[in-house]
Design a protein around this ligand. Structure first.
Ligand SMILES: [Zn+2]
Length: 438
């Protein structure tokens, strides 16, 4: 008797991205009730399973969906508005004023859809966001069908979304209670940084994290100036200040961390937070480089993110992987550092570990959700093919992602978006662009 299942997806290659990575040839994923129930040779799968939907990817590699572990997705609408500037000049004189004038529920919804269309078309199935008007991002994610971690932003600066820290906390908690049991949307805490949030409010964030079991995202030691300012004002580095209030733990997602000295490394080794490396944003703003290889040697989990598109200027995890590998080698002065497989894992399993969802996604494993992507390698840019993992990381453009699934639901089919309206999204982006430019 053949077992009835929902989908059987055959592929020329599969890269599992498990701890013990496997590269499988001519294998199939068997999917039932949104989950991977089997991974087996295609020949065998055809005799064992009767699927409602069978698809064959004879020139493709299937990998887990990519996880963008740090974004401000709605900032897509400000892409290219202010470039070639230093971080504080960029924030204070360009980005924050534009946000103050334009960010609204409506803008965040339209901009989030624009970002999600871009992410789905480049193989990203899950993102970890920090922005304002969380409900609008969540509503867009529900429509898109993406897995979304959405941060309850706290910042001691009034914005269009909230005027006081109390208002940020109140709005964040309202969002938390609305989405705490959602299948694909997970609320997190997102204090902006140690230079924009007071220690009292950081303590409050920590209490909420402990009370509700929430991950905390924070921009940390992004650039030398941030560390210098903290030393001048508090005689302590930002990581030390967070450690002193008990915030540095596996629940913490420390974003950027380009500045790491020996004392910092001791704290990281003792407390095991997760780090997110955003190499393109760090390079563009000349913030520094996260020492990925050194952290890897110390057993610290490092995930990968694009940061907002206004400082990147895209949400392309394929481009980010390539940059992370090259910058990682430069930083370690070692061409063997941050190899192709290590880089692919930063964009998949390491992201899932950082977000605390590696039991659900991040690798192709029986029992995990069917979050995966198909990439066609039979294109000019990726021929001939000697090593599938290095081809994927070092040579494959995001446009070769053809198909995308989240929890068994197909979101992209042969490069066509199935849940989003591309024409409408472009039209709305153009309308916003015209208004913001004037
Ligand atoms: Zn950021």
């Amino acid at each position: 008797m053949m077992e009835k299942i929902d989908q059987l997806i055959h592929a020329k290659w599969m890269i599992t991205c498990e701890d013990e990575n496997q590269i499988l040839e001519n294998h199939a994923l068997a999917i039932k009730d949104k989950k991977i129930i089997d991974i087996l040779p295609s020949d065998k799968a055809k005799t064992m399973y009767q699927a409602t939907n069978t698809q064959e990817y004879n020139t493709h590699v299937i990998t887990p969906g990519l996880i963008n572990s740090h974004t401000h997705i709605a900032m897509n609408i400000f892409r290219g508005l202010a470039d070639d500037l230093e971080l504080m000049d960029w924030l204070n004189n360009h980005i924050w004023p534009a946000e103050g004038k334009w960010v609204s529920d409506e803008l965040v919804y339209d901009a989030s859809l624009l970002a999600m269309a871009e992410m789905i078309r480049s193989g990203t199935t899950c993102f970890n966001d920090m922005y304002f008007f969380l409900g609008a991002t969540a509503k867009a994610a529900e429509l898109a069908g993406m897995r979304a971690h959405i941060g309850m932003t706290v910042i001691d600066v009034p914005t269009a979304w909230a005027k006081t820290p109390d208002e940020y906390f109140a709005k964040g908690l309202e969002f938390y209670h609305q989405y705490k049991n959602h299948e694909l949307i997970t609320p997190t805490l997102a204090p902006h940084s140690t230079y924009t949030v007071s220690l009292d409010n950081l303590r409050k964030v920590n209490e909420l994290s402990n009370e509700y079991g929430l991950k905390i995202n924070i921009h940390l030691q992004e650039a030398p100036s941030e560390v210098e300012q903290s030393l001048a004002q508090y005689q302590k580095r930002p990581l030390q200040r967070l450690h002193d209030i008990g915030m540095v733990s596996p629940n913490l997602i420390a974003i950027h961390m380009t500045q790491i000295n020996e004392d910092d490394m001791d704290i990281l080794e003792a407390t095991r937070p997760h780090l997110v490396h955003c190499p393109e944003s760090n390079m563009k703003l000349v913030s520094g480089a996260c020492p990925v290889e050194n952290l890897h040697r110390h057993g610290i989990n490092v995930a990968l993110g694009t940061d907002g598109a206004a400082s990147n200027n895209d949400l392309d995890m394929f481009g980010e992987m390539r940059t992370a590998a090259f910058l990682g080698k430069m930083t370690a002065h070692d061409p063997k550092a941050v190899c192709a497989l290590h880089t692919l894992k930063m964009a998949t399993l390491a992201g899932a570990k950082a977000l605390g969802i590696d039991h659900l996604t991040g690798s192709l494993s029986v029992g995990k959700c069917a979050d995966f992507i198909a990439i066609n390698l039979e294109e000019i840019e990726t021929q001939p093919l000697y090593h599938v993992v290095s081809q994927l990381v070092y040579a494959t453009p995001r446009s070769q992602v053809t198909d995308v699934w989240v929890a068994g639901k197909q979101l992209l089919k042969n490069r066509e978006l199935l849940t989003l309206d591309k024409k409408e999204i472009i039209k709305k982006a153009q309308v916003w662009g015209k208004k913001i430019k004037n």
